[in-house]
Write a protein that binds this ligand. Sequence first.
Ligand SMILES: NC(=O)c1ccc[n+]([C@@H]2O[C@H](COP(=O)([O-])OP(=O)(O)OC[C@H]3O[C@@H](n4cnc5c(N)ncnc54)[C@H](O)[C@@H]3O)[C@@H](O)[C@H]2O)c1
Length: 337
Amino acid sequence: MKALVTGGAGYIGSTICSALEDAGHTPVVIDSLVTGRREFTHGRIFYEADIADAGALQQIFRDHPDIQATIHCAALIVVPESTTMPYEYYRDNVACSLELFKTLKNLGHGRVVFSSSASIYDVVDGFMVTEAAPLKPTSPYARTKYMMEMILRDFCAAYGMQGIALRYFNPIGADPKMRSGIHVKHPTHVVGKLVDTALEKQPYFEITGVDWPTRDGSGIRDYIHVWDLARAHVHAVTGFDAAFERAGQPQDGYLIINLGTGKGVTVFELVQAFERVWGRDIEKRLAPPRPGDIAGSYANADRARDLLGWQAELSIDEGIASALRWGEERHKILKFD
Ligand SMILES: NC(=O)c1ccc[n+]([C@@H]2O[C@H](COP(=O)([O-])OP(=O)(O)OC[C@H]3O[C@@H](n4cnc5c(N)ncnc54)[C@H](O)[C@@H]3O)[C@@H](O)[C@H]2O)c1
């Protein structure tokens, strides 16, 4: 089958493209390259365009009328940046997505798998969240994801579209075949920072926040291997109708599904795992939480298993090992290092 992947030149979108290809499917990529990498599109059907460009989308569906679903990954994604550049975040993530959904509706290609985020959840007792857990997006970035979920749900209810919002927890690692991984020069995510510390690109790793009400005081997250995450999208597009059937055909044509491992890991535990895989200790310091930080959450992943027939398979050690390998090898693919 063919699937349109918006943001397919990014970290997750390009890994989804690889997972689709490995399963015998064909991704069609649309990406403006605002943050993504041309290198990740090599050898793929690629349209360099903004998702808000209706003409480009019309061309894509004229060229590929057999596209069966759109996986919508395109977005700006840096949480701290979103607090200083809210206009850019609301424009790119909300206004452009709104136009994308309108064009998909007009073209009669209304099946959408949307990259949402666990960052919209509130903190709950015990830290495990089901899809029905309370929401409290605390940054402009998270609020864009929350808004897009609401917009997609309303579009599905009003226009007969069908949407699956996948709430990603914390993706780590790289494609096991080293076709893609984290592409930014200075990663803002925790495993990227650990890799940079190990590779001496930064002097020490800061554990930010050690007084949270977790088992060891550090923040708790659900680190999911990006390859597992990518595979879940293959399940979502190939089992799209089956997921709705299993969910009892919700009237609004809309599903929300957590994508996580179902295991909470604290930052101290993550650092221990990293040092185990790396085989050496790394330089680390304790620091106060950053503005907007929260204790965290981990997924109840039952719905993904029940509706998509998918479960995370790769361990945190495998995620860390692939991130380290990618950190050492990415200069072979990416040209800035
Ligand atoms: N990385 C994470 O930790 C994480 C966690 C939860 C959810 N997500 C979501 O997953 C998705 C992919 O994230 P990622 O980590 O791969 O980010 P990324 O920055 O690597 O990829 C995003 C891609 O979208 C493209 N893009 C952005 N705006 C566009 C537009 N208007 N038109 C066309 N292309 C555009 C960029 O050029 C880039 O290639 C995002 O929607 C993000 O919110 C990511």
